[in-house]
Write a protein that binds this ligand. Structure first.
Ligand code: SF4
Ligand code: SF4
Length: 286
């Protein structure tokens, strides 16, 4: 986005670029020289439209996502989430577990692969991803062509150096060490989707077909597919579910068209009136 001026703030010129245009408040000093009601109203309306309304719209995006689609942004669109999943994949292939710290019950089984190859790939990931994202994100505040020039000449200003090193450390900590714990406990965008998705009676959720529970072979593929550590068969709304659909794919591999999961709008995953089934599901998932 910074490279094509789709969105960036240039700290040198103090200008905000949006879709190639400079977003200015248009409050030239001359406005204030007109003390009439007309002049004051003009300034107020301009300020509302250009300074307040865009922020209101930006702040509403994630709650709106939550109300309609639950945490689907996290599951499908978040670039950081994609890096976390890539880090999970490489760790699994290299050391046989998703996490760097311990093997979990829901870690997928992996076919014996080329650990050496994935070890090299993991090393490259470690070396390349943090500084690359550091340079990319610094571009939101310093013109990308200046960053590129400094990278190619090796002649860095303090701002570019601080931006790249600071973001690299952040990316190293989140993408390599913390991963999905960041989505669960830290990310404000995730939290907003989570809260609004939780209270919304219409948001998108994963539905488990409890009426056909007898089809379940208890293969646990659905649980092993879930990188958010949700137990998808367990009959309650789990705020950590990001609607990624991995459990649907996993169950399809086991049951084909008779798969027990589907997407559904509305709060039909709560099982208050289905206590017996609820217990059965719980037993099955344990
Ligand atoms: S429960 Fe299913 S859809 Fe939700 S996060 Fe886990 S795998 Fe993705
Ligand atoms: S719900 Fe589907 S994937 Fe999950 S344990 Fe049952 S059969 Fe396996």
């Amino acid at each position: 986005m910074p490279v094509f001026d789709i969105l960036r703030y240039d700290t040198a010129t103090k200008e905000l670029f949006i879709f190639g245009q400079v977003w200015s408040l248009g409050l030239k000093s001359g406005f204030y020289n007109d003390p009439s009601i007309y002049g004051a109203t003009y300034v107020a309306v301009h300020f509302f439209l250009k300074a307040i309304l865009p922020w209101v719209i930006v702040l509403c995006i994630f709650p709106l996502f939550g109300v309609l689609l639950g945490r689907s942004f996290c599951g499908w669109l978040c670039p950081e989430g994609a890096l976390f999943e890539l880090a999970d994949f490489l760790t699994l292939k290299t050391i046989g577990q998703r996490s760097l710290y311990k093997k979990k019950l829901n870690d997928p089984e992996i076919k014996k692969g080329n650990k050496f190859f994935y070890g090299i790939l993991s090393g490259l990931f470690l070396l390349i991803v943090p500084p690359l994202t550091g340079a990319a994100l610094t571009g939101y505040f310093i013109a990308p062509k200046i960053i590129w020039h400094q990278i190619t000449t090796g002649n860095f200003t303090f701002g570019v150096k601080a931006g790249i090193i600071g973001v690299s450390i952040y990316m190293f900590v989140t993408s390599i060490l913390v991963r999905h714990a960041f989505c669960k406990y830290v990310c404000a965008a995730g939290l907003m989707q989570m809260l609004f998705g939780w209270i919304s009676p219409v948001s998108l959720r994963i539905k488990f077909d409890r009426e056909n529970l007898s089809r379940c072979t208890d293969c646990k593929r659905c649980e092993k597919a879930c990188f958010m550590d949700v137990k998808p068969r367990y009959p309650k709304k789990d705020i950590n579910c990001v609607n990624c659909g991995e459990c649907i794919t996993a169950c399809r591999k086991e049951l084909g068209d008779k798969c027990l999961f589907s997407y559904s709008f509305g709060s039909n995953t709560i099982c208050v009136e289905h206590k017996a089934l609820s217990l059965k599901c719980q037993e099955a998932s344990e």
